[in-house]
Each structure stands twice: as C-alpha cells, then as structure tokens.
Design a protein around this ligand. Structure first.
Ligand SMILES: Nc1ncnc2c1ncn2[C@@H]1O[C@H](COP(=O)(O)OP(=O)(O)OP(=O)(O)O)[C@@H](O)[C@H]1O
Ligand SMILES: [Mg+2]
Length: 274
C-alpha cells in the first residue's frame, strides 16, 4: 500500500458564485508515493503543483477522485503531513524555539518535554545558537531551517515543501538542498517537493514527476538512485537534464522554459530562469 495516493484526481475552481463556470486545473492525476520517497514535482507555472500539495496536505478537497494517506481518505490537515511554504511561516513576535514549542503545545506534548524536543529539532538543522532569536533577526535560509525543524519536532511523516528555497541565493539554496538530502537519508521522511529548478530536482529527488501545462496531468517520470553521484556536471546528470528539458512543456511564447527571455508572465508565460 502506497503511503500517499492521488487517485483519479480532478480539481476545478469555479469563477462565479453559481458555480457554473469551472476551470479545470488538475485532470485525472494518479500518483502513488511510497514511504521514504523524495518526490519532486516540476511543471510550468500555473499547472497545479501547489494545488496538488494543498490536496495532499488536506487544505483543499478534490472535485473528483480520492486523496489518501496510509490507506485512509484525507479529510483535512493533519500534523502527520507538515508543510513548508516558500514564504516563511513563523510567528514574528516569538523566538524560534517558542514557535516550535507552540506547535508542540497544539500537539498536546507534555509541557516539560516541549523545550527539549524543540531544541533538539533546531540542533538537527544547525540552529543551536539561535533558539532565542526572533524570525526577523534570522536570514531567509535560517527561517526555512526553522520551518523544517518545526516539522521534525512535530514528527511529521510527510514533508510537503512548496518551492521552499526559491527565495534564497544560489549558494544558500544548494546548502539547504544538501542538508535536506542528509536529513532525508537519516530520518527517511517522505518528501514531496515543488521546484522550478531542474538542477535542484536532479540534485535532491529519488523521483521526479513532471506535470503538463494547465490542466495539469502527469506527463513524465524519472526514478533516481539514492546513492548516485549527485554532482550536476557528471554526464548522467547532464543527460537527464537535457531529457527533462526536452520534455518540458513550452512557454506561451513558444520557447522552452529555460531559453525563454520574454517578460510576459502576466500572459501566462511560464519562463523563469534556473
Ligand atoms: N483558490 C483558488 N481559486 C481559484 N483558482 C485557483 C485557486 N488556487 C489556484 N487556482 C488556479 O489554479 C491554477 C493552478 O494554480 P497553482 O497555484 O496550483 O499552480 P502552480 O503550478 O503551483 O504555479 P506556480 O509554479 O506559479 O506556483 C492557476 O491557474 C491558479 O490561478
Ligand atoms: Mg505554486
């Protein structure tokens, strides 16, 4: 039995109150994710990646089809499936450690155990010197580490991560990617990770899933060996990148996403630079 399942998922949003004008954003998506997989979702902007994460998290309900987790239909959010957003989601008026303690309080962890668990989680992501810092005094990368620490403290089985490092500079992003791979190898969490960077997908994933342009459907899938050489410049990875790029849906401007230089995002051009 797969841990996370999207079974014949359709998702439509209605653009008027009478719910007569539907816009289908996901069409017959089937996905089976096993415990311990590190799955990257890639696809053009607007194809429904965030919608899929929201369905997996239980924030949204499918229009048709079933989302299940460990064999049970997902009916709403659960701490077993934690989310890390692109924008940081810590309370700014509380210290880093208190943010995590609050989450543990919601989980009804006994009061005397909370601080220890929170500190251990922060140690795990390299923030041992920053327990008492407020989020606005941390760098972007540190805030994302703190958000990951919160999932570790909550002992979430599944990490749902929506472009978690895309707002960071390239060097910090790579470091966080590498640390996340180590964490994944160590804790064997299931990770579903959305990215626009093919390099990042090749670096971190155990499986890459590509969605088509709207309405999103699965149009490509690649399995990657956990013990492979992750250096992006080795021939296998360069070959894989080319294969993925060739399969990637084109922008509205008819160029491939990577090559596209038009600035026409408002008109649904999906170009974004790697
Ligand atoms: N709550 C909503 N109501 C109406 N339409 C929505 C809603 N949420 C998403 N959509 C639409 O669904 C489509 C898919 O959106 P989604 O955010 O899932 O795309 P995405 O693949 O994550 O895009 P990006 O890569 O730009 O983040 C978009 O056209 C978006 O406008
Ligand atoms: Mg998105």
């Amino acid at each position: 039995m797969s841990q996370l399942v999207l079974d014949h998922i359709y998702k439509a949003y209605y653009s008027n109150r009478r719910m007569s004008e539907a816009r289908v954003v996901l069409e017959d998506v089937n996905m089976y994710i096993e415990q311990g997989e590190f799955v990257c979702l890639i696809g053009p902007s607007g194809c429904g990646k965030t919608t899929m994460l929201n369905l997996l998290a239980g924030f949204e309900k499918p229009t048709k089809g079933t989302v299940s987790f460990n064999g049970e239909t997902v009916k709403g959010p659960s701490r077993e499936r934690g989310v890390v957003f692109q924008e940081y989601s810590l309370f700014p008026w509380m210290s880093t450690v208190d943010n995590i303690i609050l989450a543990l309080e919601c989980k009804r962890i006994p009061e005397k155990e909370r601080r220890g668990i929170a500190e251990e989680a922060l140690d795990n992501v390299g923030l041992s010197d920053f327990y008492d810092y407020r989020p606005n005094t941390l760098s972007g990368g540190m805030k994302q580490r703190a958000a990951i620490a919160r999932l570790l403290a909550m002992d979430s089985d599944v990490f749902l991560m929506d472009e978690p490092f895309s707002a960071l500079d390239e060097q910090t992003r790579r470091k966080l990617d590498e640390d996340l791979i180590e964490l994944w190898k160590d804790k064997r969490k299931t990770i579903v990770f959305v990215t626009h960077s093919i390099d990042e997908a090749i670096l971190v994933s155990s499986r890459i899933i590509m969605l088509s342009d709207t309405p999103g459907k699965v149009i490509g899938e690649w399995k990657l060996d956990a013990d492979r050489d992750r250096t992006l410049t080795v021939p296998e990875n360069l070959r894989l990148k080319k294969e993925i790029l060739d399969r990637m849906p084109k922008c509205a401007c008819e160029s491939r996403e990577e090559e596209c230089s038009c600035k026409n995002r408002e008109q649904r051009c999906s170009c974004r630079k790697e």
